[in-house]
Design a protein around this ligand. Structure first.
Ligand code: ADP
Length: 282
């Protein structure tokens, strides 16, 4: 077998434990010894593995297995969450995917507890759920923009841990990914949005305000990692300046998580020989 370009598994190299964001390098490729060309080749190859595992998960879901997977994606604007949905999740059958994007809460959502809208969009049996932003916004943007008092967001960390425990106990494997782009790379990506007509739609003037609050966001993200990286719902920190690496790394994390379910193809719920005989007779 060819030597793996991963010096250590993505799940170990990227685990949040001990990560200090104030000395973090968003251009690094932790655990991976190859470059862009190899990374891009591998993405397709590992994507086929991901796709087969997802089909197996889906097939089991159709056969009474209630398990599923939830990918939680967090990151500052331009970190590449959309690219992951398109290029990683895009490699699997859309029938089995439940995508949920969480933006500024609607009026109705504001009338409920912050986890209300999240519970409603959890994946069903056999599905891969993708949270494009999530309940973590309620301890990130909500904290930085001072939308609720500190005493209120402070208690959310424990509440989120309990909520995720409950979701895991109900059969969901949770993979949480925080993508980090550098301030300079974000500037380059925002500049591109202002140069290209096909990218204007992605530009939001408020993204510039968030740049001014970068240290506050960094602190808020650090607290999220320190307080909600649990063994039942681990955080992985993915450097996002190199898009090819972020996509490959997240593909690996998903392949690992699905492999951990030890899925097999569901057994037939009919007698094969009888069915073959019936088919031959027709
Ligand atoms: P994206 O920026 O991810 O492409 P949107 O343009 O819909 O998607 O922006 C989502 C915005 O909603 C982000 O600025 C995010 O911080 C904000 N948001 C998400 N959840 C909340 C929340 N609970 N309270 C306030 N703002 C939120």
């Amino acid at each position: 077998m060819a030597k793996s370009p991963w010096a250590e598994p993505a799940g170990t190299a990227l685990r949040a434990a001990g990560v200090r964001l104030d000395s973090y390098d968003p251009a690094a490729t932790p655990g991976f010894t190859g470059g862009k060309k190899l990374g891009e080749q591998l993405l397709g190859k590992r994507g086929r593995v991901l796709s087969e595992l997802q089909e197996m998960l889906f097939a089991n879901g159709r056969s009474g297995d209630h398990r599923n997977l939830l990918l939680v994606l967090q990151g500052m604007d331009t970190a590449g969450k959309g690219g992951v949905v398109r290029h990683v999740i895009g490699m699997v059958d859309p029938q089995g995917v439940r995508h949920a994007a969480f933006g500024v809460p609607t009026e109705e959502e504001r009338r409920h507890h912050y986890l209300w809208r999240v519970r409603r969009r959890l994946p069903g049996a056999g599905q891969i759920g993708v949270f494009d932003r999530s309940h973590y916004e309620d301890v990130l943007v909500v904290r930085v923009q001072k939308l609720v008092p500190q005493a209120e967001w402070e208690q959310r960390f424990d509440e989120i841990n309990r909520f995720e425990r409950e979701v895991v106990d109900a059969g969901t494997t949770i993979v949480k990914v925080a993508m980090f782009v550098s301030l300079e790379e974000q500037k380059r990506r925002l500049a591109e949005r202002l140069e290209r007509p096909d990218k204007y739609w992605k530009y939001d003037p408020s993204d510039i305000d968030d740049r001014a609050r970068w240290p506050e966001y960094q602190q808020a993200y650090q607290d999220v990692l320190d307080r909600t990286d649990t063994d039942h719902a681990p955080w992985y920190v993915v450097p996002a300046d190199r898009k090819w690496f972020a996509r490959l790394a997240i593909t690996e994390l998903l392949v690992d998580a699905l492999t951990g379910l030890k899925l097999t193809w569901p057994a037939p719920h009919f007698d094969i020989e009888t069915e073959k005989a019936k088919l031959a007779a027709g």
